[in-house]
Structure formats: structure tokens, C-alpha cells
Design a protein. Structure first.
Lengths: 330, 582, 354
């Protein structure tokens, strides 16, 4: 188990290194000309242009830029020189081309928003989706099952922006039942945080629930036809115990992988959800950065997403080993 | 001045959704827009006759909280970095400069007056030397009196890293070689051309006349900074206010709360009022939600203004609601779009004129979102430019706005026009809009090869004198309300350089160059303004551009908001006299 | 093993005229169609038949493991004198695992892969006995020891995939017998195992039967298993009983052409295996469309057709008249004499019957 863990982590580190090199090359050595965009759409005289490039460190050889970038990530660095230098402590992801604000700070603001949306929605779709799927598998063929399958079909094919705008229109603007979506730090007020996040949770939660309900139903049905479920019943176990102890655990195991990877992908940024509800999360920050060719922010969001996804992969693998004893040996 | 950059991910989708069956506005010409009240002239108060405090706004009541909704945070609020239109408009709440504008919502002329200074500037040598004297009682928010040294320091900062994204006109005027690098990289060196004989006086000295200086020092470039209090990057979110409001709390990307600045003395300010108690900027909105919230007006939103235009999908809803329509502001902006015709390559005047005649304005306006957000253009000056003159050198057939294909064809008779290379920044909007334009021009017999260019590289490519583009899409907004800030930039052949041109028509007409030079030399800009309209017409006769449209500001404000109107300068709400109805 | 017809006690399991059917999209499946049999304590009944003959459905119906909502079960299933079909789900559940238990074919898939073997056995015990975990553990280890698993206390904490096939089936048996049930149904208990292990498992079952004096129903398609362990044999075809008798009667003197087919298709240990075999032609019928008359008639080489009765009348399960074999019953239209002759001439020389 320990060696398994070490091997997975090493592989993850290697992957991240490769990703950092590739993203860096793509963005920093690409044709983008951030200095010009910073001049706006007007005359960018060569002197100013050169100064901006120097300020951004873009007049350095690529390998140096990469080296100082990575140094910044691990030990921090000083960007620029003299009195206008910026001290950027580790983990330094550079400074915004536009505002000279450390990217770490920008992400520290944006990431909690994404984290709030995603974890809340995650809880919703795990409970609603898996619950519904399991229930509908247990009550296969009943009205409940049919309603649940109908729910899955209609919500799984729905788009976030469509459902989100629809819900906002009715629940916020027409009836005023819910406050409009906004991010309030939970440190400030847990209640307002939850109220502000409710719509994104419901929207992202419902749409994902539909997918999970379908998966969970299929998994549960498959598991219920397993021999060991018949064994459990043959032992005279109460049916609840058969469902929850024996069937549920086996049925939910494959979902752990999917949920873990979904969670990872979503934590990297849920652009459409964030945009639908105008929440300044990691995804929206990344999109804005792309519009502005703000390379350090693009780079950081890509790296962050990669780290989370790779990390979630490791977590899922470990979790799998914990859940399924057969994985531990191999 | 720059347009703010926005991530319009959802808005674009919304347009797509809404496009199914709500837009009934298929009427021909600019229906619904009242005739533009032209900004006939500008008054520059060189003598310091503007009264302080500013005269009361009729019906204004003090108190209340104003909410300003803006998609995304300001890029910069550190004064010397401010250049985007929103920030320029709303920085008035906390930054003061040597001069400033008094906008008149009732059609009267725009005024440029002394803000921190007692007047718009004094010159005795036709613009080579300018003297400003600070008003009595002007202070930073901590109570320290503002001195001319603070203004000079602010200007010094504008030369440094902390001013690189702001306008560069003043810096280039003072130091054409740009040898001075600001108070950090050029430590101990005085700002070239700036002297402060005493704490109240600041003197600018130039090698050549700069009649436009009073405009240049209205930018936050000339906002005073106390050297001891300048905190570099941190100044973006923790600046010393000089205006009626100061920061109460600033959460980047979330909100900015302003409260009254007790050290702002209305008696020292001819421009601003401070009727509302607090101002709340909400950065967590987009065009869609801004519109929704102002329409709904729940709670604080009743006293709110939006900074974006009403999104296209919502225009029909707004127009269908009589109550909301009362709170609508629809006005011209300084933004004009053109197709530049490269006169180096398309040398035949009649061909350029034929292009102008063939252009179908109506089809184009519909393609860019309709008459509520745009208006067909026939001049190079925006209607808000002082001295703007309404004329149309290339009217459509039968007075319509669908172009005059027959006229174009007759101009082209006997000529063979080669295939024209049509260049534009490769954005999704341009891809569709440019196709519509080409479609209309093709009717007159023109042929094109489309050349979409990466937006980031666009102006570098077409700004190169040797470009092989024949037609180039572009836009402009004046940087200060003066005809020279448009015509002098876009059509002065004497300024053509190898790279980085703004004169994308590469027009080099001796008569026009001479006229521009002459007008530029007039020290009294109020007088100069009147002559730019005629020059505009003279330029249009040479057809270096096809004027496409004037952008319009179409926005709504909350039911409890009073004392506001469209700012012709910034395409925003004027907030100097805004109040909340009690 | 001598046939023991003079029953001293009432049979522990008595199935009377069991009919099981369930609807599907293609039609109603008549999985069991009027089956009756009984087993006494200490006795073993072998149910033989091809897949789809209804033998597994019969056993699942007895256990109450069929889908109650969809399946229609008629007749009577008397367990210790009590009709299981008249009991509630909950009452049947309480009997499952305690009064009657089941051993399945593939012990790898029949054991939950995520739980230790010990835990699964303990669970089977504690569901019917109110004892502490420690007590249950002791009992489970005892049971593992009893079924011949070495180092049972170590094995207790291992997972099914860490066991060999034979060991897993032993563990399965331990789990089935931990509550000392009076009826054990073993559904193909040795099919998934190596031949050498098969014999050990069957021996173990016999040992345990002696010890616990339980009634055993063993379901198999393997006549070898039947000959080794069963006292009585029930041959099923298409949901009906084709033949019933003691193991001796059915294996030595089978009366039904289907039973002949089964015997002929098992390789004998003598002579040329390839030449000896006479497989039954065709496939078992669909239980939705059972052939009219004798369900076996389309595959029967001796069928009397055109005019019938084999394709028109369902044959009754009747005792033999000419031979003195008490209890031996067969459902076949062929005259008894002809059956006897055919068997002796054609069949007895082929396959295991030899």
C-alpha cells in the first residue's frame, strides 16, 4: 500500500512537471504580444512597448523565464529590480500583466468561489443523484423509478446556462424566492454564503444529479443481480442491510472514480456555471485572462487545474485501494 | 481612452437564446432616436470664472446609498494608471486633477475648468509655458494640504512603471525622448519641464506649443500623490483620496465601498457634489444581471446605475416597459467605427468614394445589434466631439440608408478595381459583421479577399506603413474633447511613421495637414473647436475612411436615482451631481 | 446406499404441485409447472436437469429468493409443516439462513469481494443469534475449522480473493451451516471446482449431514455427483418432473427417454469416450412456448407422433406397474415394456450407464 502510494505520487509529480513545461512553452513562447494589448487599441510607441516587455521579464531567454517562474513557485522571487521590484513570496505564480498584483493573490480570491460552488454542488449531486439512482434501482419498474429516469433524461440533456438563467429568472427576478447568486465569504457569514450559492448548487447539482442518478441506477441494478447479493439474502439478512451494506458499497465504488475526477475537473474552474451566475471563480478568471492575454494568470489557472486533476487522480486511486481490497494486492 | 475588456461568455449565449423571436425592430432607418443634440462647442475656462461650490442640482436630496454595478473590477485605480472609460468616469468620486470637465445634461456646452487649480491654465506664450495655481483648502483624505509638489510627484509617477498603462500624452509632451523613467528608476532627477516655484504653483515648460495641455492635465495623470504616502502596487486598492469620497472597504473583484471624505471641501470644488452618503460598487455582475437588477430594483438596487449597456436580449423587454423606459438613457458616445481605406494603395479618389456610396448602413447597423446600440455614421468625428458638424457626403439613394449602388457603379464606370484585401481583427463578432459589409459592397462590383488577423497583432500589422491591406476595420474614441484628438491623430499625414501608425488610411494631403497644424496652434480651444466640423467634411471628401457607426449608450438607472444623465465624454452616467431620492 | 422408503418421520421439506411463472416482454415464462417432491431430515435429494429445466427456480422459490412482485408462485411449500407461501416476507426471511440455507455454485462471486470471509460468516450468525461479535467470531472460527480450513483464525480475516476455490466453497459451507439449518439447498456446489476438490466437498457435505442430520437438496446437472451423494433423484425437464426415484432406481434403470439422454451424454470411464457418447439432440425448449403434450417430444427419438399422444397429451407422473420398484415414477407415454427393452438394448451399453 505504501509503495503503491509512493509510486502514484511520483508519477503525479512527473506529470505536473511535464504539464508545466508544455503550458509554459505554449503561452510564453507563443505569438501573443501582451505588451501591445496593455497599450490598448491605440498607438503603442516602441519605447513604451519595450519597457512593458522589460517589466514583464519578457526580454529574457525562455529557459531563464521558466527557471525563474519555477523558482518562484517553490521559494518565491523578486520580480523586476530596484525600487519598482515586487516581492513575490512562494508559491509565486508571477504577477498579473495588467495590475502587477501577485497571481497567487488573485487565485486566492477566485478559488474559494469555485471551491464553494463545486463542493456544494458535489454534495447535492452525490446525495440527490446517487440517492435517486439507488432508490430507483431498488424500486425498479415502479412509478418512482419512471419519474427518476424521466428526471435523468430531461436534466442530463439540459445546459447549465439554460437551466441557470431559467431558475434565476423565476426564482430571483419573478418571485424573489431566492436572493440573487453572489459569493459571500463563509468566514463573513455562513448563512449568506449558503444563500448566495444556493442557485449554482441547485443548477450544477441537478444537472450532475441526473447523470449520477443514471450511473448509480445502472450500477445498482448490476450489483443487485450479483451472486453475493443473493447470498446475503439467503443468509436471511433484512433487505435494508442487503441494500445498504452489501449492494450500496459495491455499486458506489465505480462512482467514486467518476465523482473524484469530476470533482477535480470542476475544481479547476466551472466556467459556464461561474459565468451564468457571474461569480468570479477560477474558471471565469481564466477566461478573462485569455481575453486580456494575461499570461501569468492563464498559466496559473492551467497549472492549478492540472494539479487538482492529477491530485484527484491520486486520491481516487488511493480511495479505490481502501474501498476494494482486491486492488491492494495488485 | 480604452474600452474595458470583458469576458462575454454568457452574454453571447444569451444573445443566441434570445434571438429566437423577440426582435421586432425591423424598421428601416434610425427609429426612436431623437435627433442628436450636437456638442456644439466647448468652453475652456482659462480665466477661472467658474463658481465654487458647484451650483445645487435641482431637487437633489442628501443621503442614501448609491450602487454602481460593473462587470468586473477596475483594472486600475492608482491614478496614473487609469485610462479605461469606466474608471475615468467614476474616478471623479475620489481623484481630482488640475483641471476637470463640467458636463451639461441639458444640451449646453461642455466646460473644461480648473479643478484643483483655480482655472484651466494660464499661458502667455501661446502654449509653450503653462502656469497653474492650486485652490485654497484642497486636502488629501488624511487632512494634509495638497501642494504643487504633490501634483509634480504624481506626474513623476506617471513616467514610471506605475503609470505605464495610463495615457502617455503629457509625458511625451514634456519629454519627447522619454529619457526620464520616473522617481524610482531615475532617482533624484527632476521631472523634465515641471517646476514648482512654491507650494501653490506648478509650471509646465515645453519646447513646442502645447495648446492641448489643459485637457492633458484633466487626466488622473495629474492627480496629486504625496510622496510619503505612495505605496506603489498597494496604492491601487489603498489610495489617498482627494475627492468627495474615500475608500471604506475594497474587496478586489467583489466590491468597493466608498464613504464621504471629511477632508473634501465643496467650496474648493466647482465640479462635484457629494449628495449620497455611501457608494457601493458591485463587481460581481454581468450585462444580463445588471439589467435584471436595475429593472427589478429590489432593495438597494432601486438606487443603482449600471455601467454596461442593456444587453441586446433585454432591449425589447426594456422598450416594452413604460416604467423602465422612463429610467432609460440613450445617448451618443465618443466611439466611432470606420473602415479605413488605404489611400497609398487605393489611390483613385472615385473608387474610395464609390466604396462610401456602396456601403449599406442599414444592413450594417442591424448586423451589429440595431439602432439602440448604434447609429449610422457619416462623419469621422463622433457627435459628442466639440465642433461636430452633421453632414453626409455620400447619402443613400432616395435619402435612404441602404447606400447608393447606382451612384457607386457610375463612379466606377470604365475602371477595373483589383480585388481588395479586407483586413480585420479576428473576433467572432467581426467574422459575421465584416461579411455583411462585404456583401453590401459587392453589389457595386467590388471584390474582396478577407484577411482576419489575430486581435493581439492586429494594430501592429495594419499600423505598419508597408501593410498590404486595402481596407482595414478600426475604431476610435477621442482622448480629450477636442477635434484634434480625432482628426489630428487619424488623418495627419505629417505624422506617418514606419510602424505604429494610427492614420490607417495613410492619408497624406498637404492641405489637410496644413489646416490641422493651424488649428492645433490655436491657444484658445473654444475657438478652435468650431472649425473642426468643416475640416471633417473636407477629409470626408477625400474618402480615407468609410464611417460605419457611432456607438450608442443605452442604459437604465434605478427608480430612486436622480440628478444623472449620459456623460458625453465617457459613455457612462454622469455622477457628479447624482443623488438618491428619499 | 440402500433405498429407504419406509419413512419414519414426516418429510422436513414437502413441495406440492409447485407452479412458478413470471411475465416477461415476450410472454409468460412457466418456469416450474406442477412439481412435487419431499425430503426428510438426514436424506439427500438430487434434482437433475439441463439449464432452464426449472431446477434452480424451484430451489429459489423454496428459499423465497424469487422476485415476489413479479413472480407468481402456486402450490404449497411445507417446511417443517409450515407453508412458506402463506408466510410474510419477514417470516420467510427469519427462516432463511436459520432453518434453511443455501450453497451456491461459484463461491467467488457468491461471496462479497469487499468483506472478509470471517465478517460474512459472522454476519450470517448474528442475524439469527443475539450474540456479541467476539462470540460470533469464536463460533465462525470453529465452523471454519470444522469444514477443514487450516489456520481458521488467520483465514478469518482474509478476503475471498485470497482463498483458493475449494477453500472458498468450504467457507461458503461453513457460512451455510453455522446456524445448524434443517434444510440445505446446494445449487451446483461443485461445478466451479476442480474434480479432485469436488469429491472432497461432497465428502464434507456427507459428513456434515451425518453430524447435523439435515435434509439436503442438491441441484446439479452432473449425474456423477448425484450417484455419489443423493438418496433420491428428481429429473426435471421444462419445469416438469420427468422421473423420480431412488438414486439406484433412476441411475440403474431409468425409464424416461430424457434420463436416458442424460446418462448417454456422460462419458464413461471405460472404452472410447468419443464413440460412446450420444448427446441429446436439439436444445431445451423455451419456457414461454412449451411444446404441446410431452415437453420433450421434439427431441425424443422414441416419440409417438401423428397420431399422438406424445404431442397432444401431457404425460402423468405415474408409478411403474410392471417392475417392482416402489417410489419410482415416470412421466412418459411409451409403454413400460418398450421403455425397458429400449433401455436395455440401446442405452445400458453407452456412457456411465454401462
Amino acid at each position: 500500500m505504501f509503495r503503491f502510494a509512493v509510486r502514484r505520487v511520483l508519477l503525479a509529480v512527473l506529470t505536473l512537471f511535464a504539464i508545466s513545461v508544455v503550458t509554459f512553452s505554449l503561452f510564453f513562447l507563443g505569438p501573443a504580444d501582451p505588451a501591445s494589448t496593455m497599450c490598448g487599441s491605440k498607438l503603442c510607441d516602441p519605447v513604451t512597448h519595450a519597457r512593458i516587455e522589460h517589466d514583464l521579464g519578457m526580454d529574457q531567454p525562455a529557459i531563464n523565464q521558466y527557471a525563474s517562474y519555477m523558482r518562484g513557485v517553490f521559494v518565491g522571487r523578486t520580480i523586476g529590480s530596484g525600487d519598482t521590484a515586487i516581492d513575490c513570496p512562494a508559491p509565486c505564480l508571477g504577477v498579473s500583466f495588467r495590475t502587477r498584483e501577485p497571481v497567487t493573490q488573485i487565485l486566492a480570491r477566485a478559488f474559494p468561489v469555485t471551491l464553494s460552488i463545486v463542493t456544494g454542488a458535489f454534495v447535492v449531486y452525490l446525495i440527490v443523484g446517487i440517492g435517486l439512482g439507488m432508490l430507483s434501482a431498488i424500486r425498479r419498474g415502479t412509478v418512482l423509478d419512471r419519474v427518476s429516469v424521466g428526471f435523468s433524461l430531461s436534466f442530463a440533456s439540459m445546459q447549465i446556462y439554460f437551466l441557470g438563467l431559467l431558475l434565476t429568472y423565476f426564482l430571483v427576478w419573478q418571485t424573489g424566492l431566492l436572493p440573487r447568486p453572489q459569493y459571500v465569504s463563509p468566514a463573513e457569514s455562513v448563512g449568506r454564503w449558503a444563500m448566495g450559492m444556493l442557485l449554482p448548487w441547485i443548477t450544477l447539482g441537478l444537472i450532475n444529479s441526473a447523470v449520477y442518478a443514471r450511473l448509480a441506477r445502472a450500477q445498482m441494478l448490476e450489483t443487485l443481480s450479483e451472486d453475493y447479493i443473493r447470498t446475503a439474502r439467503a443468509k436471511g439478512l433484512p433487505i435494508r442491510r442487503v441494500y445498504f451494506r452489501h449492494a450500496f458499497r459495491a455499486a458506489v465504488t465505480p462512482l467514486v472514480t467518476i465523482a473524484g475526477l469530476d470533482l477535480g475537473t470542476q475544481l479547476g474552474g466551472v466556467v459556464i456555471t461561474e459565468s451564468t451566475f457571474t461569480l468570479q471563480g477560477a474558471g471565469r478568471t481564466a477566461v478573462l485572462a485569455i481575453f486580456q492575454q494575461n499570461l501569468p494568470i492563464i498559466m496559473a489557472t492551467v497549472l492549478l487545474a492540472a494539479i487538482i486533476i492529477v491530485l484527484m487522480n491520486v486520491v481516487v486511486d488511493m480511495l479505490y485501494a481502501v474501498i476494494d481490497p482486491r486492488v491492494r494486492l495488485s | 481612452m480604452r474600452h474595458p475588456v470583458r469576458a462575454l461568455v454568457v452574454s453571447a449565449l444569451v444573445v443566441g437564446l434570445a434571438a429566437t423571436g423577440c426582435d421586432k425592430n425591423t424598421g428601416g432607418t434610425g427609429t426612436g432616436n431623437e435627433p442628436e443634440k450636437a456638442q456644439s462647442a466647448i468652453v475652456v475656462d482659462y480665466k477661472g470664472e467658474t463658481p465654487t461650490p458647484a451650483p445645487e442640482v435641482e431637487g437633489a436630496t442628501p443621503g442614501g446609498k448609491l450602487t454602481i454595478m460593473q462587470e468586473g473590477d477596475f483594472e486600475h485605480l492608482s491614478p496614473q494608471q487609469i485610462y479605461v472609460s469606466n474608471a475615468l468616469a467614476y474616478a471623479n468620486l475620489f481623484h481630482r486633477q488640475l483641471t476637470g470637465y463640467i458636463e451639461d445634461g441639458k444640451g449646453g456646452p461642455l466646460k473644461l475648468v480648473g479643478d484643483l487649480a483655480t482655472n484651466a491654465g494660464e499661458t502667455t506664450d501661446n502654449g509653450k509655458t503653462w502656469k497653474y495655481t492650486l485652490r485654497e483648502g484642497v486636502k488629501f483624505e488624511d487632512g494634509t494640504p495638497i501642494t504643487s509638489k504633490d501634483v509634480a510627484y504624481g506626474i513623476a509617477v506617471s513616467f514610471s512603471t506605475y503609470g505605464v498603462q495610463g495615457p502617455q500624452y503629457l509625458q511625451t509632451a514634456l519629454d519627447p525622448e522619454r529619457a526620464y523613467k520616473g522617481p524610482f528608476d531615475s532617482k533624484g532627477v527632476a521631472v523634465p519641464g515641471v517646476t514648482t516655484p512654491d507650494d501653490k504653483t506648478i509650471v509646465f515648460t515645453f519646447a513646442t506649443p502645447h495648446a492641448e495641455l489643459p485637457y492633458l492635465v484633466s487626466y488622473p495623470t495629474a492627480t496629486p500623490i504625496s510622496e510619503a504616502k505612495f505605496t506603489k502596487e498597494k496604492y491601487e486598492t489603498a489610495f489617498q483620496s482627494t475627492g468627495p469620497y474615500k475608500i471604506k472597504e475594497y474587496k478586489r473583484d467583489a466590491y468597493l465601498d466608498l464613504e464621504k471624505n471629511p477632508n473634501w471641501d465643496p467650496k474648493s470644488d466647482p465640479i462635484r457634489h457629494a449628495y449620497v452618503d455611501t457608494v457601493h460598487f458591485d463587481f460581481t455582475v454581468d450585462g444580463e444581471s445588471e439589467t435584471n437588477r436595475v429593472i427589478a430594483g429590489q432593495g438597494d438596487d432601486a438606487a443603482s446605475i449600471m455601467t454596461g449597456n442593456v444587453v441586446p436580449a433585454k432591449i425589447a423587454e426594456v422598450k416594452g416597459n413604460a416604467d423602465v423606459m422612463k429610467r432609460t438613457i440613450s445617448a451618443a458616445t465618443p466611439f466611432v467605427r470606420y473602415l479605413y481605406i488605404n489611400t497609398q494603395r487605393v489611390t483613385d479618389l472615385q473608387v474610395r468614394q464609390a466604396l462610401n456610396y456602396a456601403f449599406d448602413r442599414d444592413a450594417y447597423i442591424k448586423a451589429v445589434g440595431g439602432y439602440d446600440v448604434a447609429e449610422p455614421a457619416s462623419t469621422t468625428l463622433a457627435p459628442v466631439v466639440p465642433g461636430y458638424k452633421k453632414f453626409d457626403e455620400y447619402p443613400g439613394a432616395n435619402g435612404g440608408s441602404n447606400g447608393d449602388v447606382e451612384k457607386a457603379k457610375s463612379l466606377l464606370q470604365g475602371k477595373t478595381v483589383p480585388k481588395l484585401k479586407f483586413c480585420f481583427a479576428n473576433t467572432p463578432v467581426n467574422q459575421t459583421v465584416m461579411a455583411v459589409i462585404q456583401g453590401s459592397l459587392t453589389k457595386a462590383g467590388f471584390t474582396f479577399s478577407s484577411s482576419p488577423i489575430d486581435p493581439a497583432a492586429y494594430y501592429t500589422t495594419v499600423g505598419d506603413k508597408t501593410t498590404d491591406c486595402d481596407i482595414m476595420a478600426g475604431g476610435w474614441a477621442q482622448d480629450f474633447p477636442d477635434g484634434d484628438s480625432t482628426l489630428g491623430v487619424l488623418f495627419d499625414g505629417s505624422k506617418i511613421v514606419d510602424k505604429g501608425n494610427n492614420n490607417l488610411g495613410y492619408l497624406n494631403d498637404a492641405a489637410i495637414n496644413a489646416k490641422l497644424l493651424e488649428l492645433r496652434g490655436l491657444a484658445d480651444r473654444s475657438q478652435a473647436a468650431a472649425q473642426y466640423g468643416d475640416l471633417d467634411q473636407q477629409i470626408m471628401k477625400a474618402a480615407p475612411v468609410i464611417p460605419l457607426r457611432y456607438d450608442r449608450f443605452f442604459s437604465i438607472y434605478g427608480s430612486k436615482v436622480g440628478g444623472t444623465f449620459a456623460s458625453p465624454l465617457w459613455a457612462q452616467f454622469n455622477i457628479t451631481g447624482i443623488y438618491v431620492k428619499s | 446406499m440402500a433405498p429407504q422408503t419406509n419413512a419414519t418421520t414426516d418429510p422436513y421439506l414437502k413441495v406440492e404441485d409447485l407452479r412458478v411463472s413470471f411475465p416477461t416482454e415476450d410472454g409468460v415464462v412457466r418456469a416450474v409447472d406442477g412439481v412435487s417432491f419431499s425430503v426428510e431430515r438426514g436424506r439427500t435429494l438430487g434434482i437433475v436437469g439441463e439449464s432452464g429445466s426449472g431446477k434452480s427456480v424451484t430451489s429459489l422459490s423454496v428459499m423465497g429468493l424469487h422476485n415476489r412482485k413479479k413472480t407468481k408462485v402456486e402450490g404449497r411449500i411445507l417446511l417443517g409443516g409450515e407453508d412458506l407461501l402463506s408466510l410474510s416476507d419477514e417470516q420467510v426471511r427469519r427462516k432463511r439462513g436459520r432453518d434453511m440455507s443455501m450453497i451456491f455454485q461459484d463461491p467467488l462471486s457468491a461471496l462479497h469481494p469487499f468483506y472478509t470471509v470471517g465478517r460474512q460468516i459472522v454476519e450470517a450468525y448474528r442475524v439469527h443469534h443475539n450474540v456479541s461479535k467476539a462470540q460470533a467470531r469464536t463460533r465462525a472460527i470453529e465452523m471454519l475449522d470444522r469444514v477443514g480450513i487450516p489456520k481458521p483464525d488467520k483465514r478469518f480475516d482474509q478476503y475471498p480473493h485470497e482463498f483458493s476455490g475449494g477453500m472458498r466453497q468450504r467457507a461458503m459451507i461453513a457460512m451455510s451451516l453455522i446456524n445448524d439449518p434443517d434444510l440445505v439447498i446446494a445449487d451446483e456446489p461443485t461445478t466451479a471446482l476442480d474434480v479432485t476438490v469436488q469429491a472432497q466437498i461432497l465428502d464434507l457435505l456427507e459428513d456434515l449431514q451425518r453430524e447435523f442430520n439435515s435434509a439436503i437438496v442438491i441441484i446439479t446437472h452432473d449425474l456423477g455427483v448425484v450417484s455419489q451423494i443423493a438418496d433420491e433423484v428428481l429429473v426435471m425437464y421444462a419445469g416438469r418432473v420427468a422421473e423420480f426415484g431412488t438414486a439406484e432406481q433412476v441411475l440403474r434403470g431409468p425409464q424416461h427417454p430424457y434420463a436416458w439422454g442424460l446418462l448417454s451424454s456422460v462419458p464413461s470411464l471405460h472404452g472410447n469416450a468419443d464413440e460412446d457418447l450420444l448427446p441429446i439432440k436439439g436444445n431445451p425448449p423455451s419456457l414461454i412456448n412449451v411444446p404441446p403434450g410431452c415437453a420433450f417430444n421434439p427431441r425424443c427419438r422414441y416419440a409417438m407422433l401423428d397420431p399422438g399422444p406424445c404431442d397432444t397429451e401431457v404425460p402423468q407422473l405415474l408409478p411403474l406397474a410392471l417392475t417392482d420398484e416402489p417410489g419410482h415414477k415416470v412421466a412418459c407415454h411409451l409403454p413400460e415394456r418398450q421403455r425397458k427393452e429400449t433401455y436395455e438394448n440401446d442405452i445400458a451399453s453407452v456412457g456411465v450407464a454401462r
